[in-house]
Structure formats: structure tokens, C-alpha cells
Design a binder for this molecule. Structure first.
Ligand SMILES: [Cu+2]
Length: 246
């Protein structure tokens, strides 16, 4: 097991995930949270927190942007995500991830973990790209006084946790050779069963470019929940429609 994904850290994240959320959300930890066919919980989340679900496009690459982590209780476990869920940036751009308390979103603990073999995940990031992992971004609550946890909460792989704040932010610069152009899918280790997955598209990539695969083409894995699959499909469809000009 990679040193940045120790058993202790996983335990802390599990406990942290529970802070601030009711029993409905906890029940969903078994992976039973589902999105009914046709429902678009990403669009619903976007409305709730008033943040667009897509920022940028193949002709509108951002030089920097902040993605917000969303946790909305009471949506049958479908209220976890990153907003925007699809972000297009230029090569060399820096992306920042932060909590949001917009709407009814609560600041609970999350991670930003790329779907990369280096993070012990199925590979849904460009071949040869480095893994990235924020470590635990703590929620707001009892965590803030837990100095003993400071070390664990600052553990991360690539990117930065500036200002020593364990409630975030996390920053990553998508610069080759570690982070070449392509589609990067990432997820929250606390909330993957709730479908907490997002995409950063680096560069004006399309189906004929390296970096389009495996994120846009590989079959979903059995480890994913129905919510995760549904959100993955929504995200891919959004990117494909943007590329084909629909
Ligand atoms: Cu999360």
C-alpha cells in the first residue's frame, strides 16, 4: 500500500465523513445510494449551490479556476460532487479545490484523489501521468482543534496544501511531463459510493488525441456504485457533446 494511503488515514476519513451529516447519508455508505435513470443529480446539485456544472470548453480553456466540494444531505445520497463537475483548463493551469457552504452544502471532509494506478485506483487519467491526492481536506467542526491530527491531515501526493490549513485548499498545476494534456477523472475517497467524481480536461483534446483515453473510453469497473456510474456517464456525455459542438 502506498504510504500516503495508510489504514489510519482511511479510518480518519471515514470518521470525518460522518461529521455534520445525518443518518440517511450514513446509510448510503453501504453503496446502495442510487440515481434513478434519467435523473441528473449533477444538474440538481449545481442549482442548489448556484455554481455552473461545466466551466470552460475546448475553445475556452481557463488559466486557473477554483472547484468547490459539495455535500448536500437529504438527496438520497446523490448530493456529493465537485462543482463544476467538468472543468477545461489550458496546459500549465493551476486548479484549486475548496469547500462550499452555498445553499445547503455542508463542509464535511473530502479528498481529491486522481483515478490513477498510483493511487490504487483503476486508471482513468492519461497514460504515464502522475497520480495526485489531496489527502484529507477536513470538514468544519471538531477537526479544527485536533492538533494531534495535523500530520495526517497534511499528507498529500503532488500538488500543494498551502497555508498549513487542514481544511484546504488543495492546489495542483497541470503541467507536463507529470500532468500532460488529457482528461483526468478524480474522486473523493469518502464519497465515491455517492458518486463524488469530477473531471479536469487539460488542453483542447478530442477523441484522436493521446490523453482522451482511458478516461473517456474505458468501461466502468465493478467497484463503482450506480451513482458513480451515472455521474461518470453524465460527465463523459458533457465532454463529448462539448467536443462535437452540441
Ligand atoms: Cu467527499
Amino acid at each position: 500500500m502506498a504510504p500516503h494511503l495508510t489504514g489510519r488515514r482511511r479510518f480518519l476519513k471515514r470518521v470525518g465523513a460522518a461529521v455534520g451529516l445525518g443518518s440517511t447519508a450514513l446509510a448510503g455508505c453501504t453503496g446502495t445510494a442510487n440515481v434513478a435513470p434519467g435523473q441528473d443529480s449533477i444538474a440538481r446539485m449545481s442549482e442548489q449551490v448556484d455554481i455552473p456544472r461545466v466551466v470552460g470548453g475546448p475553445d475556452d480553456l481557463k488559466s486557473e479556476h477554483t472547484v468547490r466540494m459539495v455535500a448536500i444531505d437529504g438527496d438520497e445520497g446523490n448530493g456529493f460532487g465537485y462543482m463544476p463537475s467538468v472543468l477545461w483548463v489550458e496546459p500549465g493551469a493551476t486548479v484549486t479545490w475548496k469547500h462550499t457552504a452555498n445553499g445547503s452544502s455542508k463542509r464535511v471532509s473530502h479528498t481529491i484523489t486522481s483515478m490513477n494506478k498510483g493511487n490504487e485506483k483503476p486508471q482513468f487519467t492519461p497514460k504515464g501521468s502522475a497520480p495526485f491526492d489531496s489527502g484529507v481536506i477536513a470538514g468544519v467542526g471538531p477537526w479544527k482543534d485536533e492538533n494531534a491530527l495535523r500530520g495526517d491531515l497534511q499528507t498529500h501526493l503532488n500538488g500543494e496544501r498551502p497555508n498549513g490549513g487542514f481544511q484546504g485548499p488543495y492546489k495542483l498545476t497541470f503541467e507536463a511531463p507529470k500532468f500532460p494534456s488529457g482528461v483526468y477523472l478524480y474522486m473523493c475517497e469518502d464519497h465515491m459510493f455517492f458518486g463524488m467524481v469530477g473531471a479536469v480536461v487539460v488542453g483542447d483534446v478530442g477523441p484522436n488525441d493521446p490523453g482522451w483515453s482511458p478516461a473517456m473510453t474505458k468501461a466502468p469497473k465493478p467497484m463503482f456504485s450506480d451513482s458513480f456510474d451515472a455521474h461518470l456517464r453524465t460527465i463523459r456525455k458533457t465532454i463529448k457533446n462539448q467536443v462535437s459542438g452540441q
